[in-house]
Design a protein around this ligand. Structure first.
Ligand SMILES: [Zn+2]
Length: 405
């Protein structure tokens, strides 16, 4: 599994309130793959630190870990404190919504232009796009300069392996799936989540098994490679060094790219960052097979995480439902503890169904505009990202502070 964890908190709608904190990965075929979830009283320093400490117990393979979030301040602190080696990037989609408040017209074009800068693979491409962005939207650029470092959002400067995961859409999608379950009390909510995980594990375990043995790559990457093989047929390749496997590839855009098949790099930097061959690398691999007589398969140039066998391994184990309470054998010392529910007030009116805005996000007027426009959640991703459903490694339940579960 690619070591990119998308982390977010979502408010519960039961009588006690609280938040569900979730850390999810994305499987190589872009299905979300929850790693841990827990309940706390709110998104504060104590609760996020507690969650990160529990997460650290659940994951052992920490080197190279990357977090992606919507810039919650407590979450940023907790990652820095508990997993200081990890890199922490910010969701590009959220940031594009944050900076929208600094323009008055064509907000969607503006957000698109910002994301275009963020997605640039090379520093040269980024500088070209961002200089133009800065000239056109100076106040937004000033806001960005003041509030967030470029290396936290610009793909070309990010110091870690983020692959092509740039947004927190998959956790938003997960929150969408459990939307109704957030109104339940804790145990039924956990049962619902676990049942969903079991369903997803079963589904993708079967899907991975159905892939023909001759196909080495997960469906989504296999499709990309098929398209790139056709495109690569139109490119011209010059061999630069047959021993070091370096090639010069003439693209249709008139530019020349240098591909190093031994180091898995290309000067366009897609090969380096996405961890599977760009069209130039596909052209070089084709050249190696047809002209230089080396039999190569593109899967040899992809990260192991994109191989079907790794994908299948992620769903190898079964997720079982938690047995009924009557079947539990509770240790005496646990039974002796008196655990009371947290203090709560019965809220008047219909419970809020929409999400709370994240850091820097405009609250807007929303449907309750006359009452002060709180918590409308407009203009927000609603689970329409590329992540498509799926998996669990561990779940947590507790609280960073006294009034948790
Ligand atoms: Zn390339």
């Amino acid at each position: 599994m690619r070591k990119v964890l998308i982390v977010d908190g979502t408010h519960l709608k039961n009588v006690y309130g609280g938040v569900l904190l979730v850390a999810t990965a994305q499987d190589p075929d872009h299905h979300h793959y929850p790693i841990a979830f827990g309940v706390a009283d709110g998104e504060n320093d104590e609760s996020w630190t507690w969650f990160m400490e529990q997460l650290k117990l659940a994951i052992t393979d920490v080197p190279g870990l990357v977090f992606l979030s919507d810039r919650n301040r407590s979450l940023i602190k907790a990652v820095r404190l508990v997993l200081p080696e990890a890199e922490h990037g910010y969701c590009i989609w959220h940031l594009s919504q944050n900076v929208k408040g600094h323009v008055h017209n064509n907000k969607d074009t503006f957000a698109f232009k910002f994301r275009e800068c963020a997605y640039a693979y090379t520093v040269a491409e980024f500088k070209y796009l961002y200089d133009a962005f800065r000239r056109k939207y100076p106040s937004a650029a000033v806001y960005l300069d003041k509030s967030v470092e470029e290396k936290k959002w610009a793909r070309c400067y990010f110091e870690g392996d983020r692959y092509n995961v740039d947004t927190t859409n998959s956790v938003e999608s997960f929150n969408g799936v459990i939307k109704n379950a957030r109104m339940y009390t804790l145990l039924p909510m956990f049962d619902f989540i676990i049942a969903k995980m079991a369903e997803w594990f079963n589904k993708y375990r079967k899907k991975a098994a159905e892939v023909p043995v001759t196909v080495k790559l997960v469906p989504i990457v296999e499709d990309v490679m098929s398209i790139r093989c056709v495109q690569a047929g139109f490119l011209t390749v010059d061999e630069l060094n047959s021993f070091f496997l370096e090639y010069s590839v003439h693209d249709a855009d008139g530019r020349v790219y240098t591909v190093d098949m031994a180091r898995y790099t290309c000067s366009c930097e897609q090969f380096d960052k996405d961890k599977y061959p760009c069209v130039h690398a596909v052209a070089a691999a084709t050249f190696m097979t047809s002209k230089a007589g080396k039999e190569v398969h593109l899967s040899e140039y992809c990260s192991k995480y994109y191989l079907v066998e790794q994908w299948a391994l992620a769903y190898h184990r079964t997720i079982y439902p938690v047995p009924h309470m009557s079947d539990w054998v509770v240790p005496e010392e646990v039974r002796a503890k008196k655990i009371l529910p947290p203090d709560f007030e019965v809220k008047k009116g219909k419970p809020q169904q929409t999400r709370f805005p994240s850091v820097g996000e405009s609250r807007g007027r929303g449907k309750r505009g006359r009452g002060g426009g709180r918590g409308s959640g407009r203009g927000r991703a609603r689970g329409t990202g590329r992540a498509r459903g799926e998996g669990l490694a561990a779940y947590l339940c507790g609280s960073g502070s006294s009034s948790g579960v």
